[in-house]
Design a protein around this ligand. Structure first.
Ligand SMILES: [Zn+2]
Ligand SMILES: [Zn+2]
Length: 219
């Protein structure tokens, strides 16, 4: 009898993605960690192609291989990042490990400045979206604030992202360059932690709106 129980096979969590592997229940999570159809955490750097199985792997890769600076933050708590030159930095939520990327690039058209984009890195830790608020003081006088209700997801095919949060004006005339701007950032998630116990493990996969970008069209 015991043997019979042990031999019950269960589907892989990524069966809907096409995985046909069946494992004993006790080996299920082991397989899912290495399942070829599990969603990957992709590095957006052109020509890199790194794909991590876990967010931590991608974080190590981005900070180690590409030397992108990283900042840890809590949802709903404001934190500062410095944007001084074109480049990318990584943000990691201390709540759930969700990764975000902040990209700064030269404005294509005058006035000169840095165009700042923030994207969240899929696969997402929560089924709902994220919003953010960014503010910095402009010319040492008033503070400008920008908000984005729905942070876009990182798309490797759209990097650096076309959608941006704000433009940081080039260092104020006469004040010298290279000073950069300190951005005060707040990231919120629509679903607070205390509502987060709905333990439907497939919940986040079932958002159809994102599934048309999974690169599975091999045409
Ligand atoms: Zn699998
Ligand atoms: Zn890379």
């Amino acid at each position: 009898m015991e043997r019979a129980v042990r031999s019950i096979l269960v589907d892989c969590r990524y069966a809907e993605e096409g995985c046909t592997e069946k494992t004993a229940y006790c080996n299920k999570s082991e397989h899912e960690k290495v399942c070829p159809l599990a969603p990957r955490f992709l590095c957006p750097e052109p020509g890199c192609g790194f794909a991590g199985l876990q967010g931590e792997e991608l974080l190590d890769h981005l900070t180690g291989n590409h030397r992108w600076p990283s900042t840890t933050f809590w949802y709903y708590a404001a934190f500062d990042i410095c944007v001084a030159q074109p480049g990318t930095q990584v943000l990691q939520s201390a709540n759930d490990g969700q990764l975000f990327l902040v990209n700064a690039r030269q404005a294509a058209a005058p006035p000169a400045g840095l165009v700042v984009s923030i994207v969240c890195v899929p696969p997402h830790q929560k089924p709902t979206g994220f919003g953010c608020r960014v503010s910095f003081s402009c010319f040492g006088r008033h503070r400008s604030t920008w908000t984005l209700d729905d942070l876009p997801s990182l798309r490797i095919s759209d990097w650096p992202p076309a959608e941006y949060v704000c433009v940081v004006p080039k260092a104020l005339d006469g004040a010298g360059d290279g000073a950069g701007a300190v951005l005060t950032v707040t990231i919120v998630c629509a679903l607070p932690d205390d509502v987060y116990e709905d333990d439907d493990p497939d919940g986040y996969i079932s958002s159809d709106s994102e599934s048309d970008e999974d690169g599975s069209d091999s045409s």
